[in-house]
Ligand binder design. Structure first.
Ligand SMILES: [Zn+2]
Length: 341
């Protein structure tokens, strides 16, 4: 092992010979680059995972800095998309790794294209809807994926290997009713809980990528970092009646996402058009000039209208985040008024 960068990792016996080369050849797609995503990306890139695609729809805000470990105040000041900010930082951490940022909203119409060719998919989202879509795409394409979720001081993780283990739908047959579960918005979240779950996701991904399937934890891990407790419940075999991994029905794929969705932990709504209708941000900036405050960056346009208190952030794919509202109709009306179509 001529490369001193990984000397300590290589000395860890259970990884075995050849693990570093396997990692260097590996491709991981990370969906969501918030708290879990930044921590997992940090771990995988430092470990030498050869290619990491980071998919995220959002940009960095001050309230992220408490737990999203790759971001700093300069990213907030520059309103950088999270995927772009993460890729820049990761490139400085390990220039031997190829990090590809993708600033889009993941939905049933684009998820297969985003994850195709991945050795492992890692879940960094905060949405059971998006996880359901990832699960369907992973099962359909036969790609292992690692689920993770955090709220408060608690977290969960599960590793899905299509054709071998239960899938997400086997373990959570019904989607929870909206509002029935605590969210980061209602229950908060502390950084150590994120770190604990991200550590499990990262090591499971490394095991998968280096051929250590027998070392996977093989269950549903639940932990509470405040109480410092962790439990792994074996998930057994796939459910024989699972519509996803047994009957192979994938109703979430190929369909369009909802037009307007609330963003977790934020007093904001996302408005999207599907299929995406790209917006010429420079032209839009000219049209909005004089109607309020306009900030144009290479990645987005921030508009604070003089007429309302609600600002908008608009992305080149036509998506917009309408700030300071949780009313979908208000968000759509603002979108129509300022962006058009
Ligand atoms: Zn299943």
């Amino acid at each position: 092992m001529a490369n001193g960068r990984y000397a300590r990792q290589s000395r860890f016996g259970p990884l075995g010979g050849g693990a570093q080369d396997r990692l260097a050849a590996a491709r991981v797609v990370l969906i969501g680059c918030g708290a879990l995503g930044t921590a997992v990306a940090n771990g995988l890139v430092r470990a030498g995972t050869g290619h990491l695609t980071i998919v995220d729809r959002d940009y960095v805000e001050t309230s992220n800095l408490q737990r999203q470990v790759l971001f700093d105040e300069s990213h907030v000041a520059d309103t950088l998309p999270k995927a772009i900010a993460a890729a820049r930082v990761l490139g400085r951490i390990n220039s031997q790794v190829a990090v590809e940022p993708v600033v889009v909203d993941v939905h049933g119409g684009n998820v297969e294209g985003l994850v195709a060719g991945a050795g492992v998919i890692v879940d960094g989202t905060d949405s059971m809807d998006t996880r359901s879509i990832i699960n369907e795409a992973a099962v359909k394409l036969g790609i292992p994926w690692v689920y993770g979720g955090v709220v408060g001081s608690t977290g969960m993780s599960m590793t899905v290997i299509p054709g071998q283990t239960p899938c997400l739908r086997c373990v959570f047959p019904r989607a929870p009713a909206p509002g029935s579960l605590p969210t980061c918005e209602t229950a908060g979240v502390i950084g150590p809980a994120v770190e604990a779950v991200a550590a499990i996701q990262t090591v499971e991904a490394i095991k998968l990528l280096t051929g250590h399937g027998a070392a996977l934890h093989g269950g549903l891990v639940t932990l509470d970092i405040w109480a410092v407790t962790m439990e792994t419940v074996p998930t057994g075999a796939p459910r024989p009646d699972c519509p996803t991994c047994q009957r192979r029905a994938f109703p979430g794929l190929g369909t369009v996402a909802r037009q307007t969705i609330a963003l977790c932990g934020r007093d904001s709504m996302q408005v999207a058009t599907h299929p995406p209708a790209p917006v010429d941000l420079a032209g839009l900036a000219q049209r909005l000039d004089g109607l309020g405050e306009v900030l144009l960056t290479p990645f987005l346009l921030r508009f604070s209208p003089a007429a309302t208190d609600r600002g908008l952030t608009i992305f080149p794919d036509g998506r917009a985040i309408v700030h300071d509202t949780t009313d979908a109709a208000v968000a759509r009306a603002d979108y129509a008024r300022w962006v058009g179509h």
